[in-house]
Design a protein around this ligand. Structure first.
Ligand code: BGC
Length: 723
């Protein structure tokens, strides 16, 4: 994991030589801190445990002064003076919140992904943080799973690019810099495939799914030099990841070449007992260490269990030393020995913070996906005079944060109401929530309906509360909660009868199953959770200040029964479009999605033509160029996004019907046209089978380009792969 300075290697050897067993186990332990009026406390422990070397790392400590104080105790009052790792879930910003990863994925822009991670790192480092438990790289094809919001969506290709960008952004060019923090790729591996989308449930996926879908983002993170990896809470075919030697020591370390730190998930080592693979903390600790888990997050199993495990011969001292070496190496790479107080030493200037908020507004506006705009209701007419702003998310600033808000102040978030008022100062804005987000009270619906009359448009803000996505937030009914459907239907009827357009804006951490709304609303937007600048970003899109350009990184199903629904499925021998009844379909629902992967409209109107590839025949090691002409027939400048898929016509293993290998963007004025060029490295087409796949087989490859994964929208050309 990068080179260590000679003096650091020497220092680590000397330290390990001097350490008692307790001090070693302290380095392998991370405990949770929190705040009281008297200052920071360590849950279940006391600060003297840092002094005695029993605790060598903390998480959840917020604020530069608290971090400095704990760091001071470790460095100046413990016998060996080893600084602490101070970790926190900085998932989509620290104090300044950007949209969460699923929403950011909708930008399909690696530079933007890296930039927001860089800014989050600077802000967190200014608070004394040294490590973030991010990026979360779990590919999810199941909107029931709440943690879908934290990851890249359904595509492993997107996941791999997001992984690299985020690691680069968090860790910067030099991990020792005061504004860099260690990234933790999580949750290794397959957590996105929990049974029935139920949180923490068992995972049982094939080796092929593992290699094609779940591993590539982690391989990319390791390639990018990620400092640490966190195993998932879940088991993989019966073996809990926290005790999965084959995955951690085998795939991760030996095959992917990862040399960094493995940090357990919260209490996961002790939970090996509940999994049913360990009888007590001693066995749990031994299993986790044996599997290659270096740091025990909060369970205390290493502290309590490893001494006895050593005595019983379940583990050896060499294994403990190996893990201690990795932890100390990371501390050295972070520059903590030389500069333990560097992070958090200086507060950021107001100008830096203001600039970051400008970035948050831009990223949030670009993450919003315009799902429908059938009647051209958007953008709102420039001189709009009367607008009704309804729905429980219209004036809900704290909800705009989404899950994992780190240290963000709930009062520092811009509501849609505030954003629209600022954007349309001349307009009369009538506001009512109509109902709560999830409660059964419908007494406000009648009043909200009255506000529709006499307006020029209704903006209806619907969706989830921030805590309805994220960890422990799986939903069996991922539609609109509470009385929101009733509110929406009543508004659609009332406004419909008066020919007033209804623009529905959805806030959620997942695709919501709302086919009825997509059909009936004049326009529908997925705003996800936009973060601190939510209201301004939504207003930017509604008014046309920003032309929408977000694309959904995950398929939107029409019905829960279709899940999992994703673009890369294999066709089978009787595909859905086969004539006759004996085809892969439902008898009571279409097989198609509500919105396909990549879908998203703009305020332009684009046509694509003339797809071509040069050269038309190539070897597996070549890079070819795919070109397509793009024209904007619409009345406004806008940005089109073009996806590059491939389909192997024949291979020994049935190929997926579409494989994503590129995304390009082109901004065009009204009436303008241009050509988009997308490079395609054929190496990439080889299934990422670390050990499953033969080399790419010669033969025809179909190249498909278009605005989404909807087959009907894709243009094709062919490439011949030669030996
Ligand atoms: C989550 C992790 C997170 C950790 C520390 C766990 O419950 O699964 O993603 O990093 O807590 O907060």
């Amino acid at each position: 994991m990068g080179t260590l300075k000679t003096q650091d290697a020497g220092r680590i050897d000397t330290l390990i030589g001097r350490m008692t067993l307790t001090e070693k186990l302290g380095q392998l332990t991370m405990m949770s801190a929190s705040h009281t009026v008297t200052g920071p406390v360590i849950t279940g422990h006391s600060v003297s445990d840092i002094r005695s070397g029993r605790i060598g790392n903390l998480l959840n400590l917020i604020g530069a002064a608290a971090a400095r104080e704990m760091q001071r105790v470790a460095v100046e009052e413990s016998r060996l003076g080893i600084p602490l790792l101070i970790g926190l879930d900085v998932i989509h910003g620290h104090r300044t919140l950007f949209p969460p990863p699923l929403a950011e994925a909708a930008l399909f822009d690696a530079q933007a992904w890296a930039l927001t991670a860089r800014e989050a790192a600077r802000e967190a480092a200014a608070d004394g943080i040294t490590m973030t438990f991010a990026p979360m790289l779990d590919v999810s094809r199941d909107p029931r799973w709440g943690r879908t919001v934290e990851g890249p969506g359904e595509s492993a290709w997107v996941g791999a690019r997001l992984a690299q960008a985020k690691v680069r952004g968090f860790q910067g060019a030099d991990l020792a810099a005061r504004d860099s923090i260690a990234a933790v790729a999580k949750h290794f591996c397959g957590y996105g495939a929990v049974t029935a989308g139920r949180e923490y449930a068992s995972v049982d996926v094939s080796d092929r799914a593992l290699l094609e879908v779940h591993l590539p983002p982690f391989a990319a993170a390791v390639d990018a030099g990620v400092a640490a990896v966190m195993p998932a809470f879940t088991d993989l075919a019966g073996i809990p990841m926290t005790a999965h030697s084959g995955m951690l020591r085998g795939r991760l370390r030996r095959q992917l070449g990862f040399e960094g730190v493995v940090v357990s998930d919260y209490n996961a080592v002790a939970e090996l007992i509940q999994h049913g693979v360990a009888a007590d903390l001693i066995e749990a600790a031994a299993l986790a260490l044996e599997a290659g888990v270096d740091i025990d997050m909060v369970s205390g199993a290493y502290l309590e269990g490893l001494p006895a495990a050593l005595e019983r011969g379940l583990v050896g001292l060499a294994q403990i030393d190996e893990s201690v070496r990795r932890v100390l190496t990371l501390k050295a790479r972070l520059g903590l020995f030389e500069d333990p107080y560097g992070r958090g030493a200086a507060a950021e200037s107001a100008a830096v913070v203001a600039e970051r908020r400008r970035l948050a507004r831009d990223i949030a506006a670009r993450s919003i996906v315009l799902l429908t705009n059938g009647s051209g209701a958007l953008p709102l007419p420039a001189g709009i005079g009367r607008l009704a702003l309804l729905g429980p998310l219209a004036d809900a600033p704290a909800e705009m944060r989404g899950p994992w808000w780190s240290a963000a102040d709930p009062d520092a978030q811009v509501s849609v109401l505030a954003g629209i008022r600022a954007a349309l100062p001349q307009a009369q804005i009538r506001h009512a929530s109509g109902c709560g987000i999830a409660d059964p009270d419908d007494s406000g619906i009648a009043g909200a309906l009255q506000l529709c009359d006499g307006t020029e448009a209704v903006v209806l803000c619907l969706g989830e509360a921030a805590t309805m996505s994220g960890e422990a937030a799986s939903r069996a009914h991922p539609g609109l909660p509470g009385r929101q459907q009733e509110l929406a239907e009543a508004v659609l009827r009332r406004a419909g009868a008066r020919a007033i357009p209804v623009i529905a804006v959805l806030f959620s951490g997942r695709p919501l199953i709302v086919p009825w709304l997509a059909e009936r609303a004049s326009a529908l937007l997925a705003a996800w959770f936009p973060g601190c600048e939510a209201g301004h970003a939504v207003a930017d899109v509604l008014t046309g200040r920003t032309s929408p350009s977000g694309r959904t990184p995950i398929t939107w199903p029409r019905a829960v029964g279709q899940i999992p629904l994703f673009f890369g499925q294999r066709s089978g021998g009787r595909p859905a479009d086969l004539a006759g009844p004996f085809a892969s379909r439902y008898i009571d629902e279409s097989t198609g999605p509500l919105f396909p992967f990549g879908h998203g409209l703009t305020y332009g109107r684009f046509t694509l033509s003339h797809p071509r590839v040069t050269p038309q025949s190539a070897r597996a090691s070549d890079t070819v160029e795919v070109r397509v002409d793009v024209e904007n027939h619409g009345p406004r400048r806008a940005q089109e996004t073009v996806f590059l898929f491939t389909r192997r016509m024949k291979s020994r293993v049935a190929p997926p019907t579409l494989e994503l290998h590129g995304v390009g963007k082109i901004a065009l004025d009204a009436g303008a046209s241009g050509t988009l060029t997308l490079p395609l490295a054929l190496e990439e087409l080889r299934a990422p089978g670390l050990d499953l796949e033969p080399a790419l087989e010669p033969g025809a490859i179909e190249i498909l380009v278009g605005p989404s994964a909807d087959r009907a929208s894709l243009l094709t050309c062919r490439l011949e792969l030669v030996d």
